[in-house]
Design a protein around this ligand. Structure first.
Ligand code: NAD
Length: 525
């Protein structure tokens, strides 16, 4: 006989979770104080299942499954369930009250919350036998998204977490074990995707360009179109919550432009206007230019890193100075960009500094900035930057060179980091901070970000691909030129580079993660 499951709250998340549990063969109590919410929810579950049947993704009779879901307005009915999953509105007192009441009615059942922002420990504080409380953080839509964050509070029994990991697997999910920290894993590590995009926009980079560049990097959506989909109010609430929970840590600070749109009621698709107007919605990614066999200005490509290697492997270039028309300098550190190949125009990577800063190193020479992030896909957009001293020959050479290779180029306002790299570097730095704090292990972290957000690569695997050292040096450069704490490289990244570690796997073998997670568990017992 399968366990009975109760779901509290029959809204967006509750109905998805109830459907998943019923599909896994459980009898489900679906509780909501509002009969209309229960009715609507059942209708939506039926419609979703019918769609699944049409697509061949569900073979069993829909009515049989619906027969396993019993709706109720009486909390007492839910008390008999073996597993209770609370998905009521995001209010701490309400969640404490609901789970607290249930804990009085049944001293034994498992009490889970789907909260996105509250501490599991704080919710458990109002529950009898708090060792049976945990977070089961599903993603929207719960019936499709495979990721579930299984979150242990300070008092959660370790054996319960292991049991729930297996349980979620049996539901066809991909659970990851996460510790109870603000934003848990995915909502925290993803913050710079929005926060840094808003910064760049605030500094003058067009939002459409930011969205196109991120799509060109392989992200399923750009940050602005994604905020429009999620709802600007929901996204702003998540940003504010993580910022407050970390007591005003500057790197999580929400952006005033975000608040402004929310205050204006421009909440995204649901109100017909967010960052874009609907219809027509965001402008589509421009088609790449046709590859031309025209005469190509050949560069000498400089640098040892994976970007330089990939460019040398896939882009035409020369090793012969006499033949070269310009220098494509992929080195990250500004200090390394001393004068060389006299008189050739320089197109310099901007990961750690602006094009204007590079111009300062090459007085009197034609200088432009560029950014591209490996792995370079067919749709990758090449970001180009002119120093504040003005557009020059170097920029024109870079434009014709990358266009001839079939890549769209965008001329952007000069700033250090570029768009795609600056956002990625901060995602990596945030992932390293979550790792250092033992929020999750490196493999789980990468998997969770791919599954929960659709990122093409986990941030830590991406860092390994582009090498940790250039990421660190670029962050140091960003920190120096922008002068803000949010760009400070995490000390763990610094230590890893100093110790010559190249992968996060080396790190877990060396020590920390197990220790950190054990520490959290030990403190809990
Ligand atoms: P929702 O507003 O769609 O649904 C909430 C439901 O709770 C409604 O049906 C409402 O009638 C019901 N409700 C109201 N008062 C209640 C009470 N006293 N007891 C029980 N139910 C009550 O909200 P949602 O988006 O489904 O979010 C639910 C929870 O899931 C929140 O904690 C939220 O943070 C979390 N969450 C949401 C998402 C998301 O993308 N929507 C993702 C992950 C987690």
């Amino acid at each position: 006989m399968k366990e009975t499951v109760a779901v509290l709250g029959a809204g967006t998340m509750g109905r998805g979770i109830a459907q998943v549990a019923a599909m896994a063969g459980h009898t489900v109590w679906l509780y909501d104080p509002y009969p209309a919410a229960l009715e609507k929810s059942l209708g939506e579950i039926r419609a979703d299942l019918q769609k699944m049947v049409e697509k061949g993704r569900w073979q069993n009779p829909v009515e049989e499954l619906l027969g396993r879901i019993q709706t109720t307005q009486a909390l007492e009915d839910c008390a008999r369930a073996d597993l209770v999953i609370e998905a009521a509105p995001e209010k701490l007192e309400l969640k404490q009250e609901l789970l607290g009441k249930l804990s009085e009615l049944n001293p034994q059942n498992i009490l889970a919350t789907n909260t996105s922002t509250f501490s599991i420990t704080a919710i458990a504080a109002k529950v009898k036998h708090p060792e049976r409380v945990l977070g089961l953080h599903f993603f929207n839509p719960a019936q499709r998204m495979r990721l579930v964050e299984v979150v242990g509070g300070l008092e959660t029994a370790p054996a319960l977490l292991e049991r729930m990991l297996h349980w979620m697997q049996a539901w066809g999910k991909e659970p990851v074990k996460v510790v109870d920290a603000p934003g848990f894993l995915v909502n925290r590590v993803a913050r710079p995707f929005y926060g840094e995009a808003l910064r760049l926009y605030g500094e003058g980079t067009p939002k459409e360009h930011i969205d196109w560049i991120m799509r060109g990097l392989g992200f399923p959506m750009g940050p602005f179109e994604l905020m429009d989909l999620i709802g600007l109010d929901v996204n702003y609430a998540a940003s504010s919550s993580v910022y407050q929970s970390f007591y005003g840590e500057p790197r999580y600070r929400p952006h005033p432009l975000q608040y402004q749109r929310v205050a204006a009621g421009m909440l995204g698709r649901k109100t017909g206007q967010g960052w874009y107007r609907y219809p027509p919605g965001p402008p589509p990614l421009p088609d790449p230019p046709p590859t031309q066999a025209q005469e190509l200005p050949l560069p000498i490509i400089i640098g040892p890193n994976p970007l330089a290697k990939e460019l040398r492997a896939r882009f035409r270039h020369t090793e012969n100075v006499a033949e070269a028309r310009f220098v494509l300098d992929c080195r990250v550190m500004l200090e390394r960009k001393h004068d060389f190949f006299e008189n050739l125009p320089v197109v310099s990577l901007v990961w750690g500094h602006s094009a204007s800063s590079v111009q300062g190193e090459f007085r009197g020479r034609a200088v432009a900035g560029f950014s591209l992030v490996p792995p370079i896909g067919e749709k990758a957009i090449v970001e180009l930057f002119a120093p504040l001293s003005g557009v020059n020959e170097a920029l024109k050479l870079a434009q014709s060179y990358f266009t001839a290779h079939g890549h769209t180029t965008l001329l952007l306002p000069d700033q250090p980091g570029g768009v795609g790299f600056r956002i990625l570097a901060l995602l990596i730095n945030e992932a390293v901070s979550a790792l250092a704090e033992g929020v999750a292990g490196p493999d789980d972290l990468n998997r969770a970000m791919r599954l929960g957000t659709g990122y093409p690569l986990g941030p830590l695997e991406w860092a390994e691909r582009i090498w940790l050292k250039p990421v660190l040096r670029a962050l140091e450069g960003l920190h120096a030129e922008l002068g803000e704490d949010r760009y400070r490289p995490h000390p763990l990244l610094r230590r890893m580079v100093a110790a010559g570690l190249e992968t996060f796997g080396d790190l877990s073998r060396a020590f920390t993660l197990g220790d950190l997670q054990t520490r959290t568990v030990k403190e809990a017992t």
